[in-house]
Design a protein around this ligand. Structure first.
Ligand SMILES: [Zn+2]
Length: 489
């Protein structure tokens, strides 16, 4: 139930993102202006041993003079905390005036977040640069494992290093930036790359062909032929239907909320070469779910050239698995108790010029703290949005906003019926319902009956027959055999 509530805001985000452009630039300007206030620590790197030996003397001094309270909130204590970077710019050391435990501190964490972690074309990639780690309470000088994920950030980009101290009631007694990192002052950056595991995707669904021997080449052609076979299945699917179009022209903005009209021409539709990559805390089950969707799309949208890539620079529909921690929610995206995942429309709706850039087809964020089953459901739900489906109140749909709908991890008949219309190879453009009816040879009267809002609820029960095989295929209960010789001709 709470997870259902969490899904509520997804549509709010979808609609909100259309109206937020102005705010985006305001926030960006605000952050850019702040940049000049950033203090870049260029302190001489310290030697740990030297510092540790200095610890005993400084500890005595502090206990006698400046820091004589054990108040977690004591500003003087926190003012004296410093972060130093080693000479090779790879290691980081944190120096406390005395061990945090002696200052009445219950927990202390060292957190990193990139500047502009919100509202940027590629800000999903910046999510990975947000990290938090608990520090020792008993050590005065600590080496911290500071490995920062980056993506395409330039020389002037800044990461903030923050400390969060909590008192015995687990309330923050300190929360502030103590230092910054840049490409100039720090070396231990790791590039964000998509997850990859062999034998999950059909090799022919991978953007990069991994063939090193003749046998592998033969094998690869078999896999390629299998994909052609899947695409051939499109002609045996049930035809595009009036109910599919009627469903496509409805949306639900809140859990169990009313249906609202949504004209077909506003639909997002993937086209051409779509390259997906899963980034962050990705598990094998997530990759399997993605692979299954790709296979299913070969059948339902055969003209779509959809692939998986483990090279970030090739991906134009990135999917980020990042945990919705309290810190993440605070610094990047207010997901806590609100959202399990989001699909963000490509910005080309706002800035026409932005073609062929990263995230050409938008991007997805998924809360990686969830169970494998729930993540798979959220992945299908968000990917269905990327494909062009909006919410309904039907019981059986991956994009359902019905409280009691099961969290399925495949496209249901109702989803497929809509995808069948949206991705019919004969549907070249999306102008309006009349044009779609004409291009797909649909019955206008029948469509108008379905379109009547009083019958909207019943659309959920208008399940077109003939989809059993595609459902079974997704559930792994059926596979399409290769033709003799593997030729699709
Ligand atoms: Zn949604």
């Amino acid at each position: 139930m709470s997870e259902k509530i969490a899904v509520i805001t997804l549509s709010w985000i979808l609609s909100w993102s259309f109206t937020a452009v102005k705010q985006l630039s305001i926030t960006y300007d605000h952050l850019s202006n702040n940049e000049s206030n950033v203090q870049v620590i260029t302190s001489t790197p310290i030697d740990v041993e030297e510092n540790v030996s200095a610890e005993s003397t400084s500890k005595q001094t502090y206990s006698k003079t400046e820091v004589h309270t054990n108040d977690c909130k004591d500003k003087m204590y926190w003012d004296k905390v410093s972060l130093e970077i080693s000479e090779d710019k790879n290691k980081a050391y944190i120096n406390f005036p005395k061990p945090p435990v002696e200052q009445g501190i219950k927990t202390v964490s060292l957190n990193v977040h990139p500047m502009n972690s919100t509202y940027d074309r590629n800000f999903g990639f910046r999510f990975h640069g947000i990290s938090e780690q608990q520090l020792s309470l008993t050590q005065k000088v600590q080496e911290v494992d500071l490995q920062v994920f980056k993506y395409n950030q330039g020389e002037d980009f800044v990461w903030f290093v923050e400390l969060i101290g909590k008192d015995s009631n687990f309330n923050n007694c300190f929360s502030d930036s103590i230092s910054t990192l840049t490409l100039e002052t720090f070396n231990n950056f790791v590039n964000v790359q998509p997850a990859y595991k062999p034998n999950v995707f059909n090799p022919a669904d991978e953007l990069y062909v991994r063939v090193t021997s003749f046998e592998q080449e033969q094998e690869f052609f078999k896999h390629h032929a299998y994909n052609q076979q899947l695409k051939k299945q499109n002609q045996f699917l049930p035809p595009p239907s009036e109910v599919g179009l009627a469903l496509l022209e409805q949306n639900v903005n809140e859990l169990d909320g009313p249906y609202v009209d949504y004209a077909i021409n506003g639909r997002n539709r993937l086209h051409g070469e779509v390259v997906v990559g899963l980034f962050g805390d990705v598990e094998q089950s997530d990759l399997i779910t993605m692979s299954n969707m790709i296979k299913t799309l070969h059948i339902v949208a055969p003209q779509l050239n959809i692939k998986y890539s483990d090279h970030a620079e090739s991906v134009n529909l990135p999917i980020h698995f990042v945990p919705c921690t309290e810190y993440f929610s605070d610094k990047a995206y207010k997901c806590k108790n609100k959202a399990l995942g989001t699909y963000h429309f490509p910005r080309k709706y706002f800035y026409v010029k932005e073609q062929n850039v990263l995230g050409e087809f938008g991007w997805i964020w998924i809360d990686s703290q969830r169970s494998a089953e729930l993540r798979s459901h959220v992945l299908v739900h968000e990917f269905a949005h990327a494909l062009g489906l909006l919410h309904n109140k039907c019981h059986d749909s991956s994009v359902s906003y019905n409280t009691y709908a099961p969290e399925i991890a495949h496209f249901s008949v109702l989803d497929l019926v809509q995808l069948r219309v949206l991705y019919d190879p004969n549907l070249k453009v999306l102008v309006n319902s009349k044009q779609v009816l004409r291009d797909l040879n649909l019955d206008e009267e029948k469509y108008l009956q379905y379109k009547d809002s009083t019958s909207t609820k019943s659309l959920c029960h208008e399940k077109q027959g003939g989809w059993r095989d595609v459902i079974d295929f997704q559930l792994g209960l059926l596979d399409y055999e290769l033709n003799e010789g593997g030729n699709s001709a």
